[in-house]
Design a protein around this ligand. Structure first.
Ligand SMILES: CC(C)(COP(=O)(O)OP(=O)(O)OC[C@H]1O[C@@H](n2cnc3c(N)ncnc32)[C@H](O)[C@@H]1OP(=O)(O)O)[C@@H](O)C(=O)NCCC(=O)NCCS
Length: 188
């Protein structure tokens, strides 16, 4: 069942999404933390990854496609990895450049965050980015994350060496920011 927000839904990744993924992952302006050298993702690589993993919410890796409700158009993708049941996971997101700055990244992230904290009972969610990716860390901070560490000069991106930023949001911090949701789990 898709996760639903006001303007978008998050549904499981399907094979038909791979062509969109190919385009956004090979757009050098928007590859996010996944940008590497050479910055190439082939359809075959994506298909192999798709066939290898089961993209469902029960597994350690879940990938969702973000769809605009009004138009049914592809907006981007969001996923969680490093899933430790009832403990933690890390979120990654990539929005199609045509949809940047419209609040979709924030909305998609809020939907997934609620799912992870409220439905799956997570204690902590992580986010990684680098210092020059202002959109990424601004989005994370708007959602309540705090920068918890900086790994200096650890990524080569956009032709320069940059600091990697690690951010976290804890369960208590999430529920404090969302008084409309009640935390039904006992404190640890
Ligand atoms: C980072 C990214 C997901 C943001 O998505 P988006 O839909 O454009 O973001 P939103 O419109 O929801 O904006 C959320 C907040 O971040 C801010 N923001 C977004 N992009 C920004 C930018 N380039 N510079 C400064 N602030 C930015 C917005 O102003 C907004 O804050 P506000 O409501 O206080 O004004 C998108 O740019 C993207 O996919 N980038 C490439 C991949 C990537 O960097 N992924 C992040 C993981 S490393």
């Amino acid at each position: 069942m898709p996760l639903e927000g006001k303007r978008i839904i998050l549904r499981g990744l399907q094979k038909e999404d791979l062509q969109h993924q190919l385009l956004i992952r090979n757009n050098t302006d928007g590859q996010g933390i996944a940008r590497n050298l050479p910055p190439v993702f082939t359809y075959e690589e994506l298909e192999k990854a798709f066939n290898k993993k089961e993209f469902t919410i029960d597994h350690k890796f879940a990938a969702f496609t973000i769809i605009e409700k009004e138009t049914n158009e592809y907006v981007g993708q969001i996923s969680y990895t490093s899933y430790q049941p009832r403990i933690s996971a890390e979120i990654g997101i990539l929005i199609d450049e045509n949809y940047w700055g419209k609040g979709y990244g924030y909305e998609a992230h809020e939907i997934l965050l609620e799912f992870l904290f409220y439905r799956l009972g997570m204690r902590m969610i992580m986010w990684r980015t680098w210092e020059d990716n202002e959109g990424s860390w601004k989005l994370a901070q708007k959602s309540g994350y705090t920068i918890t560490s900086r790994v200096r000069e650890s990524i080569f991106i956009n032709g320069k060496v940059s600091d990697l930023l690690r951010l976290q949001i804890l369960r208590d911090e999430y529920f404090e920011k969302h008084p409309e949701l009640q935390d039904n789990l006992p404190k640890l």
